[in-house]
Design a protein around this ligand. Structure first.
Ligand SMILES: [Zn+2]
Length: 470
């Protein structure tokens, strides 16, 4: 049952042109294959195909014991299953994982409209609400959802060992056969997307009025700098002067931003957080995360046998003994990762930051375009500063990642936008995704947070996004 569910879950909506232009993923009857090839050939004559993964995250249930981040060394889960936030409204719980799935499904429907001429006419009518352009480049979106349901749709109880299996972020062993199964990150990488849109909701703290925010993972240069500061080779002020110091998430009360960034930096390097004084915290192991997903950048099979945390090398716990070597760190030092995660149009965060910021701006612009009553001051919360850490998805997935905390679900204003204006939000994000690939000249508006409308230069990445799976 699990295997079936897993298979269904892996490619729920896949109809992606393969590397040689044929359809991959499904086993199709011959005649259907011919038709599919014809359809895609026609598509390629008239426009371009772009691959997008829409990721509503979560989907599983919170447990009292660790249930994600399977460590192949200790053969146990290192982290809690992150089931997302929820909030109480008039005696009823509203769940992030349910609301973002509804939004993701509508966004997926809008992207899929581009597959047919009739659908494209509908998509075009939507684009024309945003832009007075005379012509629009035809794009075919090959869109996939990372999930189409949640644990509530299955028969398994909350304490069943398999309840979170289809929704785990990292790879995990099948509870019966012990065979490793792909988690969400591996499944996303198998789809070789160009763009991932992760949709989340955040809880607002007291005094916080809500809005929206991006989630970012910095690139090699930032972590390398923090390591040098940690080793006394650079002054702390060099980090504090970067924009990252303004946005880094501080999870330990009383810690400085540098203490927080240093702890995350060592998770990035060898998995162990640091204590307040900067020494490795052996009670807080997050694992060799790049080897906990299936992709081209994991260490070679059999790495577990070479794992020795007390020996100089890529797994050493002692900071002075740690060497950032292997396929993952080669990737990290590449220009592709630098483009993806550092510098870029906004000065930091690379194309990931730009994509996230643009989609939030499209949400703002789209709400006001499609629902006139939202044009009044204060009807929509602001775009807040990003959250920064060594987040898993933007680090270990290999595409432009727009990771959005699109609303603060415990704020009424945001909740209304997520529910009563879900369709407008989905449409606005669909137009934003179009703009990231084709660019869009927006109708001039004197509104806050107007999008830039420039496309990302996806061409400069060459085959990089496709070379992620083995
Ligand atoms: Zn979330």
């Amino acid at each position: 049952m699990l295997t079936d569910k897993q298979l269904h879950f892996q490619f729920p909506t896949r109809h992606k042109p393969g590397k040689n232009g044929t359809s991959a993923g499904y086993r199709l009857p011959g005649w259907l294959l011919v038709l599919t090839c014809l359809a895609i050939a026609t598509a390629c004559r008239q426009g371009v195909v772009h691959t997008v993964v829409i990721d509503p995250g979560h989907g599983g249930v919170q447990k009292s014991t660790p249930d994600d981040k399977w460590d192949p060394i200790q053969k146990r889960y290192l982290g809690s299953y992150l089931s997302g936030m929820s909030t109480e409204v008039n005696g009823k719980r509203v769940y992030e994982h349910i609301e973002v799935l509804k939004l993701a499904r509508r966004l997926h429907v809008w992207l899929e409209l581009t597959h047919t001429d009739q659908g494209w006419r509908e998509f075009l009518a939507l684009l024309k609400k945003f832009s007075d352009q005379k012509s629009f480049q035809r794009i075919y979106f090959d869109s996939s959802l990372t999930r189409t349901d949640s644990w509530l749709d299955h028969e398994l109880d909350a304490d069943d060992p398999d309840v979170n299996a289809p929704y785990r972020l990292y790879d995990y062993p099948d509870s019966k056969s012990g065979q490793m199964q792909p988690g969400r990150i591996s499944r996303i990488n198998q789809l070789e997307p160009e763009l991932i849109v992760s949709l989340h909701n955040n809880p607002a703290g007291s005094g916080h009025s809500g809005g929206m925010a991006a989630v970012l993972a910095p690139a090699w240069g930032t972590f390398a700098l923090i390591r040098k500061i940690d080793e006394g080779q650079e002054p702390e002020i060099r980090f504090l002067r970067t924009p990252w110091a303004q946005t880094w998430l501080i999870t330990d009360p009383g810690w400085s931003v540098f203490q927080a960034a240093r702890a995350d930096t060592w998770v990035y390097f060898h998995g162990y957080r640091t204590t307040a004084d900067g020494s490795p915290d052996r009670s807080k192991n997050r694992g060799i995360r790049q080897n906990m997903v299936q992709w081209s950048y994991a260490d070679k099979p059999g790495w577990e046998a070479k794992y020795n945390p007390d020996q100089r090398g890529p797994y050493a716990i002692r900071h002075a003994d740690f060497q950032a070597s292997g396929p993952f760190f080669d990737r990290e030092r590449s220009r592709f990762e630098s483009w993806r995660r550092s510098g870029g149009p906004l000065g930091y965060g690379g194309d990931n930051h730009y994509a996230s910021d643009e989609l939030m701006r499209f949400a703002q612009y789209g709400f006001r375009t499609l629902a006139k009553e939202l044009r009044t001051d204060g009807a929509i919360g602001p775009i807040n500063p990003p959250y920064t850490s060594t987040y898993s998805l933007p680090t270990f997935s290999n595409a432009i990642v727009a990771y959005l905390e699109i609303a603060y679900l415990n704020r009424k204003r945001d909740r209304q936008l997520m529910t009563a204006y879900r369709e407008e939000l989905a449409q606005s994000l669909a137009v934003g995704i179009y703009s990231l690939f084709a660019g869009l000249e927006l109708k001039p508006r004197a509104w806050p947070f107007v999008p830039d409308g420039s496309a990302i230069n996806f061409e400069k990445y060459g085959r990089y996004f496709r070379d992620v799976s083995e």
